[in-house]
Design a protein around this ligand. Structure first.
Ligand code: ASP
Ligand code: MG
Length: 408
């Protein structure tokens, strides 16, 4: 029987302590008897946060040192797992990102993978059956260690899987798969068995935290099927694959939310061509990520107001840029609000179905929830609301689209 090459990625909660890593070693051992394996690990849960706290505490702006700190947690977990595997007589080798090497650009803390040399990886299999690879890490062409952005070990797994044309890429986590909504908010949320890449991409980028958004982009580009599954219970998880492989396209597959949004309203801007281009051009030139946008004419009929959202982490910077350019834009005032939340409903079937948005707006209205902004794509509708209504919005939408788990 021919051997398969399988990528197995374990997240921080699956390697949070020695007990958990022993459990990972068991799963790896059970797969290793007839497969070649590349096991990609995160740091122990909380460790990368701890490193970020150190960086904050010393107010370090040294991008090279910061990445060295941020990526250090993965060094620990791969060494421990590989040592445990060797005790089980499994031929294992631990590898850091630079040893592969995983070459990235030099945008520290959000580095993009440029190249992985397949033949160099395959060489490690001449003497080993399992490669235990540190996720989240890379190296620039100048030899500096980089990190791929928080949650980036998913991206390591997908990039490696693509580079070696793996037969499978399994992402192990502490939940059984991707759910129709956060089970902490909606206890009756359903585990989704199959999801299109596009849907997963929208879910990740609208707040569902199961997968790093870039890893989904990369899987989609390379048409690599992903499976998200539990490291605690042996059960099929969620398959993420090409839309064409979905027999039935759900109108709505899931409801996601993100509290990581802030709203900026600029009042009293001249209502004439070119103003939006100026405002958003300024923000884009500083790499500020603008998401939802609403413009309306103010009461005097001459000036306009514009409202848009940016990630929480960018709000003060965005405000500063706008204030510094008061004369260039010409406006009356700026107001910001961080206590907002974005709620999204996502589904491939939406493309060919009308009334999905109407149902969303009606459901929110029935719950007296005011909509502050709206944005849509072919397969997603997002609304911005007051953050304190997050749970009730997610619960009532999940209910309205009939997404709850049902015993057959
Ligand atoms: N340890 C890194 C983080 O917490 C990478 C990852 O877990 O995916 O962001
Ligand atoms: Mg993660």
């Amino acid at each position: 029987k021919s051997m398969s090459l399988i990528i197995m990625k374990f997240g921080g909660t699956s390697v949070a302590n020695i007990n958990k890593i022993n459990n990972v070693a068991k799963i790896v051992a059970s797969e290793s008897s007839n497969n070649k394996l590349i096991v990609v690990l995160s740091a122990m849960a909380g460790v990368t946060n701890q490193m970020q706290n150190y960086i904050n505490e010393i107010e370090s702006e040294e991008i090279i040192e910061n990445d060295l700190l941020l990526t250090s947690g993965e060094n620990v977990t791969i060494a421990i797992l590989s040592a445990i595997l060797k005790k089980k007589k499994i031929k294992s080798i631990p590898l850091l990102g630079w040893q592969v090497p995983i070459i990235t650009d030099n945008s520290h803390q959000k580095a993009k993978i440029l190249n992985i040399d397949e033949s160099r990886i395959m060489k490690f299999f001449e003497k080993n059956d399992v490669i235990v690879l540190a996720g989240f890490q890379g190296i620039t062409n100048d030899g500096h260690i980089t990190s791929l952005g928080r949650g980036g070990s998913d991206t390591t797994a997908v990039a490696i899987a693509s580079a070696v044309s793996a037969d499978r890429c399994d992402i192990y986590t502490d939940v059984e798969g991707v759910y129709s909504a956060d089970p902490n908010i909606v206890p009756k949320a359903r585990k989704i068995s199959k999801l299109a890449f596009e849907e997963m991409l929208e879910m990740s980028s609208t707040g569902a935290k199961v997968l790093h958004t870039r890893s989904v982009e990369l899987a989609m580009k390379n048409n690599l099927i992903l499976q998200v599954l539990s490291s605690l219970i042996k059960k099929p998880g969620t398959l993420i694959l090409d839309e064409k492989k979905l027999i039935e396209k759900e109108i709505v597959s899931g409801v996601s939310y993100s509290k990581n949004e802030s709203k900026i309203t600029i009042s009293g801007i001249p209502d004439k061509p070119g103003i939006s281009a100026k405002i958003f051009g300024l923000l884009a030139s500083k790499n500020i990520n603008v998401d939802m946008i609403v413009q309306n004419i103010s009461q005097d009929g001459i000036s306009a107001n514009i409202t848009f959202t940016v990630p929480n982490s960018e709000i003060s910077y965005a405000k500063k840029i706008l204030q510094n350019n008061l004369n260039l834009i010409g406006y009356h005032s700026i107001k910001t609000d961080e206590k907002v939340s974005k709620i999204s409903v996502i589904g491939m079937g939406m493309m060919s179905q009308s009334g999905v948005a109407q149902k969303m707006f009606k459901t929110l209205a029935d719950n007296s929830i005011n909509i502050l902004a709206i944005s849509t794509s072919e397969i997603k509708i997002s609304v911005l609301i007051d953050e304190k209504f997050t749970n009730i919005a997610v619960q009532s939408l999940h209910n309205a689209y009939n997404l709850e788990y049902k015993d057959e």
